[in-house]
Design a protein around this ligand. Structure first.
Ligand code: IFM
Length: 467
């Protein structure tokens, strides 16, 4: 079965995508004056101070301390020690002319048991950080959930307990009461389909649950919690700009066979549309309704379907799939035709970012979008002269930014670009073995070494031009 989306994405159909490289990018493209430049990070990946100032344990503390769960037995106990070094990290952004920064709040730092008792020292940390950002003229984008669920809530069922919608809305309200006077932009979740797939479907991330029913329940309850928090903040803080962050990836079938096309339709529904459609259209894709209907409570779709002020889009690559009757969703990863790959083994496909932004313009009301993550892991080396010459990352960023520029030229409502990530950090199950930062972190000393990509991006942010 062909759909609009898989047809566009299928092999040989690229001619249907406007030729964006020629006119739009030939002469150092420049970006609108109000366009935001910056970086994204996440609490568990950079903060460290895991047992300090009353923070409770999260599911990632439990998981990373499980033998064999994370490469080299790495944990987020210390990470980039950002909890203590945040001033220097903010200054790195200021010096790079960044105008925006997305960070996440650690739920267990604010509510050590997930509900009930508030930890004043936890909130005080984010107070200091926000004040520091504002003093540096950097607009804070606050994300409420980037995967570090309080372990106490996991013990009560976590993303499998419907009560989590209320727990999350209460937590959102507590953080907004404290920071809503200074933070205008609020993202609810980060990448719910990753949490559902790797945390609850295939395993490999905390809390390492498995199964198709487990996947759909975790996904649906994240959608529900997101809707409940949006509704709560909308009613209590109408002055805030509310949104969420989704990882959206155009899906291509590996071949032209009907079975692979069907697999692409299925995977697109599972990975992309089961997040964006209920939020923006109020319905799940038909192809997953058999999975969703048994868990759909009365009124759920009304709670999930909320107006938002912006959508954060995280983009790394397209996805290629093929039919596989043994796969959890009848699909398996297919072979990409890309010629370049990052150290994660992900294909480098800048045009996919254009396709994704254009998809949002054409089919989701051209809602304001921030590219809230885009970047690449490479094998960075510090030279004898103390430099990191990451030309491959510079090329990656430049090629993706060309596509953002092309999308804007075609009318896409893209308002900013935040690189993933400011710092090398704890890359989940890969620990510290993968480096995504534009700033190198020497973990034994915690020394920061701005990479060539940092200097390049700083120049782009300063001039608004792609040199
Ligand atoms: O490090 C992650 C981040 O936490 C979520 N998006 C993808 C990044 C790279 O894998």
């Amino acid at each position: 079965m062909l759909t609009r989306r898989t047809f566009l994405a299928s092999a040989g159909a690229t001619a249907l995508v406007p030729a964006v490289t020629d006119t739009a990018t030939a002469a150092a493209p420049s970006f609108p004056e109000a366009f935001l430049w910056g970086a994204s990070t996440a609490a568990y990946q950079i903060e460290g101070a895991a047992r300090e100032d009353g923070r409770g344990p999260s599911i990632w503390d439990t998981f990373s301390h499980t033998p064999g769960a994370v490469t080299n037995g790495d944990t987020g106990d210390v990470a980039c020690d950002h909890y203590h070094r945040w001033r220097g990290d903010v200054d790195l952004m200021r010096r790079a002319c960044f105008s925006a920064y997305r960070f996440s709040v650690s739920w267990p730092r604010v509510l050590p048991e997930g509900t009930g008792r508030v930890n004043p020292k936890g909130l005080a940390f984010y107070d200091r950080l926000v004040d520091g950002l504002l003093a540096a003229k950097i607009r804070p984008f606050l994300c409420l959930y980037h995967w570090d669920l309080p372990q106490a809530l996991q013990d009560r069922g976590g993303w499998h307990n419907r009560d989590i919608a209320g727990w999350f809305a209460d937590y959102a309200g507590i953080v907004a009461d404290r920071l809503g006077d200074r933070v205008a932009d609020w993202a609810m979740l980060n990448e719910p389909s990753v949490v559902a797939l790797f945390g609850h479907g295939l395993g490999g991330h905390a809390p390492n649950l498995k199964g198709r029913a487990s996947f759909f329940l975790a996904l649906h309850l994240q959608n529900l919690a997101q809707g409940a928090a949006l509704a709560r903040l909308r009613s209590t803080r109408p002055d805030l700009r509310l949104g969420t962050v989704l990882n959206l990836q155009p899906v291509r079938p590996e071949s032209d066979s009907p079975a692979d096309h069907q697999a692409a339709v299925m995977w697109d529904a599972v990975w992309n549309r089961s997040c964006i459609d209920p939020l923006l259209k109020g319905s799940y894709p038909d192809i997953v309704k058999g999975d969703i209907e048994p868990i759909l409570g009365h009124g759920d779709l009304g709670i999930i379907h909320q107006p938002i002020d912006f959508l954060g889009v995280n983009y790394y690559s397209r996805m290629v799939v093929r039919a596989d009757p043994h796969g959890m969703f009848g699909t398996a990863w297919g072979k990409s035709s890309a010629t370049h790959y990052t150290a994660m083994g992900w294909p480098v496909e800048p045009r996919g970012l254009y396709e994704q932004l254009d998809e949002i313009r054409r089919h989701y009301g051209n809602i304001p979008v921030y590219v809230t993550e885009n970047g690449a892991a490479y094998q960075d080396v510090v030279t004898a002269s103390d430099r990191v010459e990451d030309a491959d990352r510079v090329a990656f960023l430049r090629d993706h930014l060309k596509m953002v520029h092309a999308a804007i030229s075609e009318g896409c409502n893209v308002k900013g670009y935040l690189v993933w990530s400011l710092l090398d950090n704890f890359e989940w199950a890969f620990g510290y073995s993968k480096r995504f930062g534009v700033v190198y972190v020497d973990y034994p000393t915690q020394r920061r070494i701005p990479k060539q990509s940092y200097h390049w991006l700083a120049e782009v942010a300063r001039t608004r031009r792609l040199a």
